[in-house]
Design a binder for this molecule. Structure first.
Ligand code: SAM
Length: 283
């Protein structure tokens, strides 16, 4: 019954000659939306797994390493995040983590694909568990269109996107990040999933070329995520005013730490320590 799911990176991206391989069981859902192919499968040891257009998005067993990091690092770096925007994130994991912050009055989540949200509610109830929280405004529309009309509105913006192909292609462009900059308040900051520094250096160089030209302060932080290509994953951090530590709410983070699986105060500081080859990518 068990077979292997292979994420064929060499076909999908460059001629890498590497792939992610995970033993899978029963298929729970398979369907094509207007935007992408969604598959949800059982795995013997890591819970249910979501795959979009052949790329692993998450498993129930280790989604925390992604969702805690995309949300808590920027939210704890901001002294008082009240309004937060998530672009993408249809599984609900980033929203779940954002809403742990009592200071957040409203989180707007703009996901292009209603099918991802619908099936996450059904097959990932521990991830989608805050999607009906009254502090969450969930919009099913293109984040690129949404951001055009947002001016000086958000303290923190999270780009929780798929890889730079299909509907997410525009989420890696200068035009988009200029609009993100406009949508942030004067002291706002943002974080974006930024691929693997081992395999996707070209994408990262382009992304940081864009961010460095728009934001006064940029850096990168890392997380270890086993089923993403290479297992080393990165997030771009870009800010109009605060560095990652200048206004960090360390006491609040200490209080939240017992309820988290990944982030703690030492990890918050340590995730910004970058190997030399990565410093060159983002310079
Ligand atoms: N949280 C996930 C994880 O653990 O890997 C990250 C993937 S999340 C499912 C990415 C979402 O971004 C997808 O549901 C996709 O539909 C959405 N997305 C892609 N392009 C988008 C766009 N232009 N506007 C809004 N959402 C977009």
């Amino acid at each position: 019954m068990n077979q292997w799911f292979n994420e064929e990176l060499d076909e999908q991206y460059f001629d890498l000659g590497a792939r992610v391989s995970i033993k899978i069981g029963e298929t729970l859902f398979e369907g094509q939306s207007d935007f992408q192919k969604l598959q949800i499968v059982k795995t013997p040891n890591f819970g249910n797994m979501m795959i979009l257009d052949g790329a692993v998005m998450l498993t129930e067993a280790n989604e925390f390493a992604y969702h805690e990091m995309i949300a808590h690092i920027p939210l704890f770096a901001h002294p008082n995040p009240k309004r937060v925007l998530i672009i993408g994130g249809g599984d609900g994991g980033a929203a779940r983590e954002v809403l742990r912050h009592a200071c957040v009055e409203e989180c707007v989540m703009v996901e292009i694909d209603g099918l991802v949200v619908e099936k996450s509610r059904e097959f990932f109830p521990t991830i989608a568990c805050e999607l009906d929280n009254p502090r969450l405004t969930l919009l099913i529309e293109d984040g690129i269109k949404y951001i055009e009309n947002a001016q000086n509105e958000f303290d923190v913006i999270l780009i929780d996107s798929t890889d730079p192909a299909g509907p997410a292609e525009g989420l890696f462009t200068a035009d988009f990040y200029k609009k993100v900059n406009n949508a942030l308040k004067v002291d706002g900051l943002m974080a974006a999933q930024a691929e693997s520094p081992y395999y996707f250096q070209k994408t990262q160089k382009e992304l940081f070329g864009v961010l460095n030209g728009i934001f006064p302060y940029t850096t990168m932080y890392l997380s270890a995520i086993p089923f993403y290509p290479s297992g080393t994953w990165s997030f771009a951090f870009a800010s109009k005013d605060y560095s990652e530590i200048s206004h960090a709410r360390v006491v609040d983070l200490e209080k939240m730490t017992p309820s988290l699986q990944y982030v703690n105060p030492a990890l918050f500081r340590g995730c910004f320590a970058l190997p030399n080859f990565i410093k060159k990518i983002i310079a």
